[in-house]
Design a protein. Structure first.
Length: 156
């Protein structure tokens, strides 16, 4: 059975740099056996951000790709914080926020971009936790998606 790090490597995806805080907060915090990951945006490997409103500038498929990019940004932070994706026991909770037009109603489809990435890395049982996918009137820097998550760590 391949490890989470091996499954991620097999996907052939490129990580962006682990983002630096844009305010007074920590990108990730270990508390007991949990890793809390702050809201992350759509940072690409070159450090630029995917921007635009879903339903106006981006269609649902482009929004889903943006959510996958957020997941990659979170993985960069996880690796910077705990060293290896193998330290994650399971995904506990994902909160996905989508900047979208008022009539757009496919927020869960968009956030699947991140959830499907996590499932591919940690498996369907441990990579899928509880989740909310909601629409927002705006997001920082005009990014289309912001996601925060809670992970349980393996006993060290």
């Amino acid at each position: 059975m391949p490890t989470a790090d091996e499954r991620f490597a097999a996907l052939g995806l490129e990580l962006p740099p682990a983002p630096k805080p844009m305010g007074v907060y920590k990108p990730a915090l270990i508390e007991g056996t949990y890793l809390y990951v702050s809201g992350h945006g759509t940072m690409k490997p070159d450090g630029s951000m995917i921007v635009g409103k879903v339903g106006q500038d981006l269609d649902a498929d482009a929004g889903k790709l943006a959510a996958r990019q957020v997941g990659l940004s979170m993985i960069a932070t996880i690796k910077a914080t705990v060293g290896s994706l193998d330290r994650i026991e399971r995904v506990v909770k994902v909160l996905g926020m989508v900047w979208a037009t008022p009539e757009f109603d496919r927020h869960p489809f968009v956030i699947n971009g991140c959830s499907e990435l996590f499932s591919a890395i940690w498996g369907e049982e441990k990579g899928v936790g509880v989740r909310s996918a909601v629409g927002m009137g705006s997001l920082p820097g005009n990014i289309p998606v912001e996601i925060e998550a809670l992970f349980r760590l393996k006993d060290a």
